[in-house]
Design a protein around this ligand. Sequence first.
Ligand SMILES: [Zn+2]
Ligand SMILES: [Zn+2]
Length: 128
Amino acid sequence: MTEQQKKDIITLREEGISYSDISARIDIPLNTVKSFYRRHKGSKTLSCKNCGKKFTQPPGTREKKFCSDSCRLKWWNAHRDIVNKKAIYSYRCAYCGVMFRAYGNTHRKYCSRDCYAADRFKGDHGDE
Ligand SMILES: [Zn+2]
Ligand SMILES: [Zn+2]
């Protein structure tokens, strides 16, 4: 079956032409027409997150977000910042004990500069 014949089956069927008429018109066995159209109906039309191109997803497969691998790569490259920002780490401040979050694995020990300064200098006054 050629791409053109596949398109013809879809168009003719959507115009309400019967399977046997389609089969006769484009010279494809009746069962092939039927099974192709059923498969077509079961597939979802999705649009690519990167280029917006419509593509069909065969039934029973995992939902894809991109029409091709190159679109997937382009999108991830363009959105690298957003993707990385998902990596939020939680830390407990070494001075005041408050939990805080930081983007990326920064190994921060303090929730603020004040805590950093306070913890650093608190010992200096011990022997007064
Ligand atoms: Zn695409
Ligand atoms: Zn703190």
